[in-house]
Every structure is written in structure tokens, then in C-alpha cells.
Design a protein around this ligand. Structure first.
Ligand code: AMP
Length: 443
């Protein structure tokens, strides 16, 4: 039997209801705040991730999912599935000259990301993120507004109370470099006391030591230089202004001086939403400022700030919190029939009911009426319409209320108005394009 590849999962209809709900919440809050939807390819030139996220980060060093097209095909050489959205969106900003648009440009996106990780609970090789980016303007009020919108989305999904916003400022690229140097100096002679993995981190990405889970590392770090000493005054002022704005907006947060995030492109503001009980391990999302990224990718110097939320982890929290996503797949009517004439008439009836916004199923097979009724029950249909040979002859149809177990014979042409009356206008699933197309100028 074939199964989903390791680290992937089917999003089955039950979870899709949550996913759709999350998408709607994101879209709603994003639109209110002027974000526009963007869709970038699921794979990009891997250099975009290497340069942006950093060659020595876990995401690039170990977790990039390479794409191979045809052998010896230069166009598909060096492609990787996106591990996150930011680098691709910045590539798009540069490629389409979006610095010419009024700034800042605000984007949101939603879709799958890929990391070649060891699968475990809450950690998959294919997972979904929603992503928000604000590019082209640097001001603490921009960071505060982004955090507020995310906070509102999490509140809409009824999981904000389960999460703690952790926030820090890691200074400029230069500040960070100076801090890294001092960390390296501090560890000279102490390397051997570090666990193997952290010895490697010290060489490639020393900042990652700060969020190491190893007790030995954390003990040594107690006497290490702290980042705060290396942050310049401008960054400190930026941060305190941002904190002031969050207070003004009533957004709860926790200052966390060791929060660094695992990606190289961050500067200044970094933040994550942590699970109240398990902490960093199960962050539901994270983001921060990346003022050097666009230049690093070949564009002109342009500031930016963004966030990515993990959809699977959000769904998990919603379920834990007992949040039920609205169930929209109920079956209103099941149409049962017997005989070729009835079958023919039912096809149009089913189609017309659907057009009126009634969720209608009809098992138009050859089964007996009795077994069709059983099926209607299994599908959880609220009403069943029965059209047998007799009814065809007399121009009638039987409507049965499945819960009450009551049925009545009505005129065939009354079938649709009766169903509509029983179900109620407000429960019909009608979809109309409310927005008009913009008139096309013929000239
Ligand atoms: P990151 O930018 O790496 O912090 O990722 C942002 C969010 O995406 C995380 O907080 C998680 O909720 C989610 N996420 C990241 N990696 C995975 C993964 N391998 N499986 C599931 N969710 C993930």
C-alpha cells in the first residue's frame, strides 16, 4: 500500500475546515490593514535561501529540500523547495521593481513550505505557513502594526490566550557581528566543555548557542557576555519606542533577551509566539526585521519586517482549546429514486436544488429505495426526497424529515419551494460575486 512520503500528511476534510477558517481570518485581517496577496513559486534558486537565510543555519545547511528536474538540465539545477516565504517575496519585490510603488508594500501569502527535517510532533517536511511582510519603510510603528494584526488573527482564532509573545532586539548586522566575535573569544579554551552539536554551532553559527537546549551550554553561558552590551543606541531607542507602541495598543508581550531566531537575515526586532506551557519548542510563529536582506539579494538597500505562522501548529492549538471550526459540509438533501424515468427527473432536480444553494447528494445508482434511505442516514442528510415509479406516474414526490422521521407526499413541482422553506433562506449556500468587474474600456 502506498503511503504519504515521510514527514508529509494529507489535509483531510476535517482539518481543511480549520485551514479554511485560518485562511479566512488571515485574509480578513490582512485586507483590513492594506496587505495584498502574493503567490511566489514553491521552488526557487537555492542561492536565494543560502544568501538570505544564511549558509550555516539549520534551515539551509540541513533542511533544504532540493528539486531535481531532468538530469543535466541547467534550468533545474540548484533549485530548492521554499523553506519559508520571506526570501522568495523579497526576490519578487526586486525582480518587479516594486520600490517604485508607494512604500511600504504590504504582502500576505499562504501555502506549503518544505524542510528536510526529522519528522516529529509538530515538525513536518511539508507544512503550511501564512506569511505577512511589510517592505520599504522602517519605523517602530510598522513593527507594532504588524504584531497587532497577527495578535488579532490569533485572537480571532481563539488561541491568543494560549500563547506568549516573546520579543527582543538583536541590533544591526554590525552589532551582531561584534557580539558573535566576543562570544567566540569567550569560548576559547571552553570548547571541550560543550556538547558536540554546540561545538559545531560555535564554529558555524555561535548565536544559536543562546537558544541551545543543552544544560552544559546554558551553564557556561551564564558568565558569557550578553547581547545587550553590543546593541547600539539607535537600536535600543527603536526597541523602546516599539515597546511603547505595543503598550499603547494593549498588546501583551514578554521581553526575552536571548531570543535570536534561527535565520541570519534578521536585524533589530525579532519576535515569536510561544506556547504558554512548552515555550520555544512549539512556537506557533515568528518574525522580525530584515533591513539588509533585499540588498543581500541584489536589490537596493530596503528595510523590511515580516512574520510567518505555522498553520498545523495553530490547528493543533485550536483543537486543544476546543475551538470548533464551522462545519460547512452538511448534507441538506439526499435524493433517492427508483426506475429509469425517476432517475432522469432526479438529475435535473438535484442540479436545480444545488443551484438554489441546497447541499444535495443523490446516489443515482440502481440500489433499492430502502438501501438508499440507509445511505441518506449515513450521510447525515436532513431531508430525503423519494421518487419511485408510483410518484412519477402521479406527478408527486415524497419528502422525509430524517430527524423527525415524518414524511409527506407533495406535488413534484412543489419539491424545491418546500425544501427551501424547510431549510430556511438564511441557511442556503448561495454564492454570488458581489463585487462587479471593473468595466473594460472598449477603445
Ligand atoms: P520559523 O521561521 O522557522 O520560526 O517558522 C515559523 C513557524 O512555522 C514556526 O513557528 C512553526 O509554527 C512553523 N514551522 C516551522 N518549521 C516547521 C516544521 N518543520 N513543521 C511544522 N511547522 C513548522
Amino acid at each position: 500500500m502506498f503511503r504519504t512520503p515521510k514527514g508529509t500528511h494529507d489535509v483531510l476534510p476535517e482539518d481543511h475546515q480549520y485551514m479554511t477558517y485560518i485562511k479566512k481570518a488571515v485574509r480578513h485581517r490582512a485586507r483590513q490593514a492594506g496587505y495584498k496577496r502574493i503567490e511566489t513559486p514553491m521552488f526557487e534558486n537555492k542561492a536565494i535561501f543560502e544568501r538570505g537565510i544564511g549558509e550555516h543555519t539549520d534551515i539551509v545547511e540541513k533542511e533544504l529540500f532540493m528539486v531535481s528536474g531532468k538530469k543535466n538540465d541547467e534550468d533545474s539545477a540548484g533549485l530548492a523547495l521554499r523553506p519559508e516565504f520571506t526570501a522568495g517575496i523579497c526576490r519578487s519585490y526586486i525582480e518587479h521593481g516594486m520600490h517604485q510603488l508607494p512604500q511600504p508594500v504590504e504582502f500576505y501569502s499562504f501555502g506549503p513550505c518544505y524542510r528536510y527535517d526529522r519528522p516529529q510532533k509538530g515538525r513536518y517536511r511539508q507544512f503550511h505557513q501564512f506569511d505577512m511582510e511589510i517592505i520599504g519603510l522602517k519605523d517602530p510603528s510598522i513593527d507594532a502594526q504588524l504584531i497587532l494584526v497577527i495578535s488579532k488573527i490569533l485572537t480571532d482564532l481563539k488561541i491568543r490566550g494560549r500563547l506568549k509573545l516573546q520579543i527582543n532586539n538583536i541590533g544591526t548586522t554590525e552589532n551582531r557581528q561584534a557580539y558573535i566575535e566576543s562570544l567566540k573569544d569567550f569560548f576559547i579554551g571552553k570548547e571541550r566543555n560543550l556538547p558536540e552539536l554546540d561545538q559545531k554551532r560555535l564554529k558555524t553559527n555561535p548565536l544559536r548557542l543562546l537558544d541551545s537546549k543543552e544544560e552544559d551550554t546554558q551553564i557556561i553561558l551564564k558568565s558569557a557576555p550578553v547581547m545587550d552590551q553590543f546593541i547600539d543606541d539607535d537600536s535600543k531607542e527603536f526597541h523602546s519606542t516599539l515597546i511603547g507602541y505595543l503598550d499603547e495598543l494593549g498588546v501583551e508581550y514578554e521581553k526575552n533577551a536571548t531570543l535570536v531566531r534561527g535565520l541570519d537575515y534578521y536585524t533589530q526586532t525579532v519576535f515569536e509566539f510561544w506556547d504558554e506551557s512548552t515555550g520555544a519548542q512549539n512556537a506557533v510563529g515568528g518574525g522580525g526585521r530584515y533591513d539588509g536582506l533585499i540588498e543581500l539579494l541584489g536589490g537596493r538597500s530596503t528595510p523590511g519586517v515580516g512574520f510567518a505562522g505555522g498553520v498545523e501548529r495553530m490547528i493543533w492549538h485550536m483543537k486543544e482549546a476546543g475551538v470548533k471550526a464551522p462545519f460547512k459540509d452538511q448534507v441538506d438533501v439526499f435524493v433517492a429514486q427508483l426506475g429509469p424515468e425517476a432517475k432522469k427527473k432526479c438529475l435535473t432536480l438535484i442540479s436545480d436544488l444545488r443551484d438554489r444553494g441546497v447541499h444535495t447528494l443523490g446516489a443515482l445508482g440502481e440500489a433499492s429505495l430502502k438501501s438508499q434511505m440507509r445511505l441518506a442516514d449515513k450521510f447525515g442528510a436532513r431531508y430525503t426526497l423519494l421518487l419511485g415509479k408510483m410518484e412519477v406516474k402521479s406527478g408527486t414526490i415524497i419528502i422525509k424529515d430524517m430527524e423527525a422521521g415524518k414524511q409527506q407526499e407533495i406535488k413534484f413541482k412543489e419539491a424545491i419551494p418546500t425544501v427551501l422553506k424547510f431549510i430556511g433562506e438564511e441557511n442556503l449556500d448561495t454564492y454570488t460575486l458581489r463585487d462587479k468587474f471593473v468595466d473594460v474600456d472598449e477603445d
